[in-house]
Design a protein around this ligand. Structure first.
Ligand SMILES: Nc1ncnc2c1ncn2[C@@H]1O[C@H](COP(=O)(O)OP(=O)(O)OP(=O)(O)O)[C@@H](O)[C@H]1O
Ligand SMILES: [Mg+2]
Length: 263
């Protein structure tokens, strides 16, 4: 503690944002074994601002967003805001990040801007930060991977997805060699359809190749997860007893148990 997580994959639509929000909400929630929940900060690093919108915040109306912190014009705390969920704060994004991704490149120490913000004393009030990355490997993703202790890579069990995982691992190794040698990674299977034969074959392949880095918890396809962003609520609030809410709770438990063994 504190734990810094990046959720990233260069592949689009693999549930990065859904996982950031659902896992964050599960970690923030009180449970029998953890009566107060963790203090969680979610950071939207994607110009699409899907995480921001999924928490009911309009990215068009922001006075400040993550870009201001990356340009060192604001502190991370000054750009963060409380969400409607207890213990869950958000640093929002807007479309302006699209330009910032390019503007930041080449500035001195540009890869370390987010890391600096997250290691400031003010940020230590958060037990866990989770960064939602865009589906591309630019300066924003590089900042998230440089700042993170742990990278979670969501993977769907389709042929192209498994292939792009291989390519993404090369980028992860590049980050490990250059800006973050202690970065660890875990793979999360998402949007899983257990009735599909190919999905099961690819699941076996991913598990045999990546071993214990693959979370035992699998996130299945569940239409409730498609509905919850529309009403601006995490699945834990929108459908707390749904299968996907239970799966994300199981993921939170597995993650924190493994992290405690690790430290
Ligand atoms: N387990 C699931 N079951 C059903 N739908 C899901 C599930 N997980 C995510 N989705 C839906 O799949 C779509 C893509 O999910 P999401 O936006 O989280 O992916 P992403 O990786 O963040 O996408 P992008 O690369 O565009 O940022 C969304 O419509 C989301 O609601
Ligand atoms: Mg997303």
């Amino acid at each position: 503690m504190p734990l810094k997580i990046a959720i990233s994959s260069q592949k689009g639509g693999v549930a990065k944002t859904t996982t950031t929000l659902s896992l964050g909400a599960c970690l923030a929630a009180a449970t029998d074994s953890r009566p107060y929940g963790y203090n969680v900060l979610l950071i939207d690093l994607d110009p699409q601002a899907n995480l921001t919108m999924a928490l009911g915040v309009n990215p068009g109306n922001l006075r400040r967003m993550i870009g201001d912190a990356l340009l060192e014009q604001s502190s991370l705390l000054a750009v963060s805001r409380e969400s409607a969920i207890a213990n869950l704060d958000l640093v929002p994004a807007s479309q302006g990040l699209l330009v910032l991704d390019k503007v930041l490149f080449g500035r001195p120490g540009f890869e370390y801007r987010l890391k600096q913000q997250l290691t400031s004393p003010a940020a230590s009030q958060f037990d866990i930060t989770i960064c939602d990355c865009p589906p591309a490997f630019g300066t924003l993703t590089l900042n998230a991977l440089t700042a993170a202790d742990l990278l979670i890579i969501p993977v769907t069990c389709e042929y192209f997805s498994a292939r792009s995982l291989q390519q993404f691992m090369e980028l992860v190794n590049l980050v490990k060699r250059n800006t973050n040698p202690t970065l660890r990674y875990r793979i999360l299977i998402t949007l899983f359809d257990k009735r599909n034969r190919i999905s099961n074959i690819i699941l076996d392949q991913v598990r045999s190749k990546y071993g214990s880095t693959v979370f035992r918890t699998i996130i299945s396809i569940d239409t409730r997860l498609r509905e919850s962003p529309v009403v601006g609520q995490p699945i834990t609030v929108y459908a707390p007893h749904s299968r996907s809410a239970e799966e994300y709770h199981a993921l939170a438990v597995e993650l924190m148990n493994d992290e405690q063994t690790q430290s």
